[in-house]
Write a protein that binds this ligand. Structure first.
Ligand code: PMV
Length: 326
């Protein structure tokens, strides 16, 4: 029986924020300045298995390869945090397989740390609730706190380790939304989200308005989700994403995650909308664009973008589930 539990794999999916997390109020605990709201996607995920080993360092493998000290550092630091939180002394062998191709334009940290938190829970039989798992995942990467759940998810900023966690709003929403990821560049970003957030919080003169904006857009989008008002969801998500990027452009020194193609895609989506097609953009800390479509618009949007913007590839994703043990 015990053997069976030990071999179960934890699967967690990526999520895309419709109301962005952009700024920490506590770097160590990864407490965000504001709440955020995301949609979990079905296409890209991480599978992770943890096992206790008789060793004084953790062994981490990704996609079948054992990571060297440098590459394993973030995960090892995270495992130290987990050991501290739960008063553990064991070390682990972690085997992770990322089904989030870099070429798909999604960050794997959200699915990665959600799957890792779940796999520790599994292998030590900790019986953590999903709320506790969300807290555990947040300590690895903020956005991972939301990947515990399916559908629409809200991460409550909180004010301590115990009060900052995500919660589902609607895990299996019957709503006609499709996300088209448009990949512009596969290069690693030059400003990490951690550094980008810090610069924005400290130096953007507009940062003081960010929490007020997020609070009102959160209320509005939750109402729009409840009413299945796709247009409202798209409008709010696009405005929130572009406002987040305004914080980078107004930082000191200013920076941007946009590439020339990012702007071309924003303009193409606006043009499509003017022609009556349902399409809105959202963009994370990189040049790739996620287009919020529905089943009716997605093929047309895909054709238009691939015909008009050079050297891009596209991936379609639908609404996904919370973490699973398989
Ligand atoms: O969780 P991190 O450190 O990867 O930060 C994520 C930041 C954004 O993707 C830009 C926004 C979000 O809410 O996911």
């Amino acid at each position: 029986m015990r053997e069976q539990i030990l071999t179960r794999i934890t699967r967690a999916y990526t999520n895309i924020a419709l109301i962005k997390y952009w700024g920490k109020k506590d770097q160590r605990l990864k407490l965000p300045q504001t709440n955020s709201l995301s949609l979990t996607l079905d296409k890209f995920y991480t599978d992770t298995k943890a096992e206790v080993i008789d060793n004084d360092v953790d062994i981490i493998s990704l996609d079948g390869k054992i990571l060297d000290d440098k590459a394993a550092k973030r995960t090892r630091n995270y495992l130290d945090t987990v050991r501290n939180m739960y008063n553990l002394s064991q070390h682990f062998q972690i085997e992770s397989v990322n089904h989030v191709p870099i070429s798909a334009g999604f960050a794997s940290s959200a699915s990665g740390f959600a799957a890792l938190a779940g796999s520790i829970n599994e292998c030590l039989d900790l019986h953590l609730t999903r709320k506790e798992l969300s807290i555990l995942a947040r300590n690895g990467s903020g956005s991972a706190s939301r990947s515990l759940f399916g559908g629409f998810v809200e991460w409550h900023a909180g004010h301590s380790n115990e009060t900052s966690f995500a919660e589902p709003i609607d895990e299996d929403p019957n709503i006609d939304l499709v996300i088209l990821s448009v990949v512009v560049s596969k290069q690693k970003k030059s400003v990490s989200s951690t550094i980008g957030m810090e610069l924005s919080v400290k130096t953007s003169p507009f940062y003081s308005n960010w929490s007020t904006l997020v609070a009102s857009e959160l209320l509005e989008i939750k109402q729009a989700i409840a009413q299945r008002d796709l247009t409202k969801i798209g409008e709010i998500a696009e405005h929130n994403a572009l406002s987040m990027h305004a914080l980078t452009l107004s930082a000191q020194p200013p920076f941007t995650y946009f590439a020339p193609e990012t702007i071309e895609i924003i303009q193409a989506v606006k043009h499509l909308r003017q022609q009556g097609t349902f399409a809105y953009v959202t963009i994370d800390a990189g040049p790739n664009v996620k287009i919020i479509c529905n089943n009716n618009s997605v093929n047309h949007v895909n054709d238009y973008i691939t015909q008009h913007i050079k050297n891009v590839s596209t991936f379609e994703a639908h609404i996904g589930k919370g973490i699973q043990y398989i």
